[in-house]
Design a protein around this ligand. Structure first.
Ligand code: ZN
Ligand code: ZN
Length: 142
């Protein structure tokens, strides 16, 4: 029997509320330039199988590349979801979840785009952008 892990979440103002089916109970960091500009920080996310929104009209969608789109709250601007257009990958901001601490920190991607001025202390798997594309989206872009 496979245990289905779910957790609810919301944006800063509460206009966007969701219930997510977690694909992997772990947290990854993306250091790419787009995620840093989009979030104003580092995108820390959890891979989800499904995200059910209470009201989909509250969610704005920005197509940031041919491959992916970034979803945010239309009211407060919270950065919430990165997803591939084909639906194969859905990465939800760990900070939107009710219990962000439930997800161990395991992976850092686009490590070559990380500013040199800071580092995470935790031991994680580390991948370059080229390694990410080779593994998940040959020829793609974030
Ligand atoms: Zn909001
Ligand atoms: Zn990124």
């Amino acid at each position: 029997m496979t245990e289905v892990v779910r957790q609810s979440g919301q944006c800063l103002c509460g206009a966007v509320r969701f219930d997510a089916v977690i694909a992997r109970t772990e947290m990854g960091a993306c250091h790419c330039t787009m995620c840093r500009r989009w979030t104003g920080g580092i995108f820390l996310s959890v891979e989800c199988r499904e995200v059910v929104l209470a009201d989909s009209d509250t969610l704005g969608v920005y197509a940031s590349s041919e491959w992916g789109e970034r979803c945010f709250c239309k009211s407060c601007g919270s950065s919430l979801i990165w997803r591939s257009k084909d639906g194969a990958h859905v990465a939800v901001s760990v900070q939107a979840f009710a219990d962000p601490g439930a997800f161990p920190f395991t992976t850092q991607i686009f490590i070559e785009e990380k500013p040199a001025s800071y580092n995470f202390r935790e031991e994680t798997q580390v991948m370059t952008g080229a390694e990410v594309f080779a593994a998940f989206a040959p020829g793609g872009d974030t």
